[in-house]
Design a protein around this ligand. Sequence first.
Ligand SMILES: [Fe+2]
Ligand SMILES: [Fe+2]
Length: 137
Amino acid sequence: MNDILSPIELTPEYLVDVASIDREHQFLIGLYNGLVASVRDSNARDMWDDAFQKLVAYADQHFANEERLMIERRFPGYDSHKRQHDNFIQNLHHLATDRTSQDEKRALERLLAFVGQWIRGHILVTDKQLGEFVKRD
Ligand SMILES: [Fe+2]
Ligand SMILES: [Fe+2]
């Protein structure tokens, strides 16, 4: 299995120490891991769109919650953090509509690889910075 397409294990390094954010990350990672498990199963393909939409909707909601917290706490990195969220959602929509023209399985793998890489990088760097700030505050 391609490394990038492996499930994300919620090890302690992923914790940002803000309970509500960690809870939401756990749920989001669960949705992602479910999609990783189903991408190679052609029987699960019918369920894929629904599961993917669920992930997008949950990510959207989670981002809104983080952004509300940033505004409440007057987090100085708000603009660039929000830009990352917005770009991610935009890229997801782009990749999701792109996939009809290609081999579906490859397209879904590409899409998931992007999601997994983004989630890992965003939590470990950007959300952690927010967590540090909230803890200091
Ligand atoms: Fe987050
Ligand atoms: Fe974030």
